[in-house]
Design a protein around this ligand. Sequence first.
Ligand code: PBG
Length: 332
Amino acid sequence: MDHQEADFPSVRLRRLRRTPALRDAFTETRLDPADLVLPIFVKDGLEGHQPVASLPGVSQHGVASAVDLAKRAAASGVRSFLLFGIPSVKDPVGSSGWDPAGPVPSATRAIREAMGDDVVLWADVCSCEYTDHGHCGPLDDDGQVLNDEAIYGYLRESLAYAEAGIDIVAPSGMMDGQVAVIRNGLDDAGFGDVAIVAYAAKYASAFYGPFRDVAESQMAAGDRRSHQMAPANRREAIREIDLDVREGADVIMVKPALPYLDVVADAARDHPLPVAAYHVSGEHAMLVAAAERGILDLDAATLEAHVAIKRAGADLVITYAAEHVAGLLARP
Ligand code: PBG
């Protein structure tokens, strides 16, 4: 019996897919350049910009070059930027992270001066770019990151970035209690308006490899598995997110994005807070590398990846492809 003979009215899902206009009219998820957050890597003392081999299309920038990039991206509709700093001096505690003349505060002031409140400036808050061993905070004798000492560094970074005019701090170190300490510290210092994006469910992922080249944050030894989450754990992410919400997070983030869309969906279902998902360096590099070998159509695969992340429940996508996606969306 074919479906026409069935004793129910024929269900034809293809009716609404017949023409481009019909498909457009019944699209459930739309991407907009305003959903995208572009990471910007600012390197102390760099003139101009320096491309990075492991992350095609991404560069380290001097402050003036970071301003140029922000202006160019804003012209494409991308107005949110996540700043990372690459210092010229590193030490065991990461003290250059809270230097008011460091790369992130300098870029924050320069972009703000050039573009005012037309842009949203986020700063990643962690010590791994600023410690000489590449870990996310000071270490104990066994090489483990010291929880509360690391958080104290994150607070000092957050205060330096707030002082420079940041809108949002995004603590990414996955120390227990970091959101509460930063929230209280910002409030006590009169920065009650600075928001916190909690890297709430951040996994110990192999997909961060290219980032560590760009950010010059390779670890001398060890890994991040004592503080970042195990890829196998889904329910534990709910606990991480619950805690960060109770500690005062304004936005919750899941990272990486594509391999963790179930976690993105859980986050969006369980909490009314905005959800951000970080389409990380390795996810981006995979698509670009496959396209370079002629295996994938980069435009189509990039759009599909981003719409899938939104469909799963993300309101915002942090992505190295922000300008590319905005350009594709602008096409008639
Ligand atoms: C830590 C940080 C990392 C990334 C963002 N913030 C690296 C890590 O946790 O080792 C990775 C982002 C990416 O891969 O694109 N400061």
